[in-house]
Design a protein around this ligand. Structure first.
Ligand SMILES: [Zn+2]
Length: 234
């Protein structure tokens, strides 16, 4: 392991774009106050390859550069010399191996969401914005220690077949998945936002989950109708 295997020009270009995207999106984690010091990380699949790009371990956010992003295989092993990958790489890699539809993974210890995780309590789907994005409660995954596949296994066991792109790993923090890094980061931002709102609501009285038919209707509309329609002239 000294250099990447020979890549086609297209793959080399895709890798460079992925490095730039993953590096730039880390600034969103600090912008939205989701991370403290060096905690938190983003990874994304390199399109058309069996490679992922992930944050280097222990590097502060302001020192991240596209070149410092670490390229790993789907077992979390770096494929070139350079920085060591995030200590959460095993968890990310497990998700990529088990869920081929997942294009990106984000991990944070964002305060309000992690407060729910500290209690091992799912965030109830009590507001419409939450039904839109998560389509359900934000679930809690099993307690697992870092190292090996235990965290990854818990993420996959909880999110496979679930509408929510976010899981609160018990007594740990948030993992989100998405088709690409931007959507996984969005899920991490929205997870903290709704965890905060429902927490604040709880301070002054009970919070009730929305009726299931409303959750279903809101989720369907947001996922399938909301936003700018493609291909319409205006
Ligand atoms: Zn963590």
């Amino acid at each position: 392991m000294t250099a990447l295997p020979a890549l086609s020009p297209e793959t080399a270009e895709a890798l460079q774009r992925t490095r730039e995207r993953v590096c730039a999106l880390h600034a969103e984690l600090t912008r939205w106050n989701l991370v403290t010091w060096t905690s938190g990380n983003i990874s994304e699949r390199v399109p058309g390859t069996e490679l992922i790009v992930i944050k280097p371990s222990g590097v502060t956010y302001e020192d991240l550069t596209p070149a410092s992003m670490v390229v790993c295989d789907l077992y979390g092993a770096p494929v070139e010399d350079g920085c060591s990958p995030s200590s959460d790489t095993d968890a990310h890699a497990y998700v990529y191996r088990e869920m081929p539809e997942v294009g990106a993974v984000v991990h944070t210890h964002s305060t309000y969401a992690t407060a729910w995780a500290a209690r091992g309590e799912p965030v109830p789907c009590a507001i419409t914005a939450m039904a839109d994005e998560f389509g359900d409660d934000i679930p809690v995954g099993p307690f697992a220690l870092i190292g090996g596949d235990d965290i990854g296994r818990g993420i996959v066991a909880t999110l496979r077949g679930h509408r929510s792109p976010a899981v609160l790993m018990d007594r740990h923090g948030v993992f989100t998945i998405g088709k690409d890094a931007k959507s996984a980061v969005k899920a991490a931002v929205m997870c903290e936002d709704v965890a905060r709102t429902v927490h604040l609501a709880r301070q002054h009285g009970p919070v009730e989950r929305l009726p299931q038919e409303h959750i279903d209707a809101l989720y369907d509309r947001y996922q399938n109708v909301y936003g700018q329609r493609k291909g319409t002239a205006s």
